[in-house]
Design a protein around this ligand. Structure first.
Ligand code: ADP
Ligand code: MG
Length: 355
């Protein structure tokens, strides 16, 4: 069931030349976790703020279930939208106890009920024992869980999260992220989040919405965007990839690194851009009709070795984009080695050159 509908939403800030958000449409289903991703300045926060009601769209409409929140005639104020918010800076009141912080959003309830609801919500984020503490007595992760409890206590229809993990150290971030999204999933809360870390976005997002310069470029599951990007920008944004110029030849493509077999329906000689991710190559013992190159550099990343390859006969990198491979960390490949390889089956994306 659709919970939230964004239809053709645009935002132009006063005095700004370009649109911060440009005709974006998408839907969020009940219980779904939607994550907005994109470069800094692509319009993620603006879109989230329009959903919250802190910004008014220049054009378009936003609807929650049957209720129009904003269009060219209607505007529902933020406090009447029944949405919770979570930001990177926790935004807790420093002079209030944890319990009072969580009770803050419950002013509509009688005093006794406020305490009950706040305590129950603190139990859900496993912080009931910390009710009497003040925010400065808690770690960043605990503070963010208090902020979550405060956002969830009024039982919002939708929770909006803007870079909620950005202030956390890498060592605790995964733990806090999982704790927060476990609670969110258990309660069946629908969310729209902004995340700049791709791992975070892919791990918590049922659906990703990739923005570029205010436009929604592609929406889909993390796997869709990673494996089936619709253009080279999406391919690269979702993770390291090799973009190769490919000219159609009998049975496949000719690239700067040699031949790649492919069943691409070709109408004569045409140029395409091929995307093959570093982990999607297999080594061959020798190759007449294969990709080949000479190892330029081997880097150890722990989980894998990053091997960069240059076409044979090239002296130094010379501004040439090397082919990057992610190979098993225990491989004994060294600079100067000659490698033959091919993309794994089904792991090539073919784009028009103007995509
Ligand atoms: P993101 O969250 O993806 O980094 P933002 O939504 O913050 O992107 O910004 C989108 C664009 O709108 C940027 O070009 C930014 O400079 C501009 N922008 C954001 N907020 C304002 C504002 N209050 N006034 C004018 N321009 C703004
Ligand atoms: Mg932002």
């Amino acid at each position: 069931m659709t919970l939230l509908s964004i239809e053709q939403c645009s935002k132009r800030y006063p005095q700004a030349g370009t649109l911060a958000v440009n005709r974006v449409s998408f839907r969020v289903k009940q219980g779904e976790s939607a994550v907005l991703v994109g470069e800094s300045g692509s319009g993620k926060t603006t879109l989230l703020r329009m959903i919250a009601g802190f910004e008014v769209p220049t054009e378009g409409s936003i609807q929650m279930r049957e209720r129009i929140l904003v269009n060219d005639q209607t505007f529902v104020t933020p406090e009447k939208r029944n949405m919770g918010m979570l930001f990177q800076d926790y935004a807790l009141f420093p002079h209030l106890s944890v319990l009072d912080n969580v009770m803050f959003g419950l002013h509509a309830l009688p005093a006794k009920e406020r305490v009950e609801v706040a305590t129950a919500t603190l139990e859900q984020v496993q912080l009931a024992d910390y009710s009497d503490r003040h925010p400065h007595q808690l770690s960043g992760g605990q503070q963010q869980r208090v902020a979550l409890a405060r956002a969830l206590a009024p039982q919002p229809d939708l929770l909006l999260l803007d870079e909620p993990f950005s202030n956390l150290d890498n060592l605790v971030k995964a733990e806090v992220r999982d704790a927060i999204f476990d609670v969110i999933r258990e309660m069946g809360i629908s969310t729209v989040s902004v995340m700049h870390d791709m791992d975070d976005a892919m791990l918590v997002g049922d659906r990703l919405l990739l923005l570029q310069e205010g436009r929604l470029l592609q929406a889909g599951t993390p796997r869709d965007l990673y494996e089936l990007p619709t253009n080279p920008y999406v391919a690269r944004f979702m993770g390291a990839t090799n973009l190769l110029e490919g000219r159609t030849v009998e049975g496949g493509f000719d690239t700067p690194f040699g031949f790649i077999r492919h069943l691409h329906g070709s109408r004569g000689e045409e140029e395409f851009v091929l995307s093959v991710r570093p982990e999607h190559w297999e080594l061959l013992s020798e190759g007449k009709k294969a990709v080949s190159g000479v190892v330029h550099h081997v880097g150890f990343v722990g989980r894998y070795c990053e091997v960069s390859l240059l076409p044979e006969g090239t002296k130094g990198a010379n501004g040439m984009e090397p082919l990057r491979l992610a190979l098993e960390a225990e491989s004994e490949i060294k600079p100067g080695d000659r490698l033959f390889l091919r993309p794994k089956a089904g792991c090539i994306r073919v784009f028009d050159t103007d995509a």
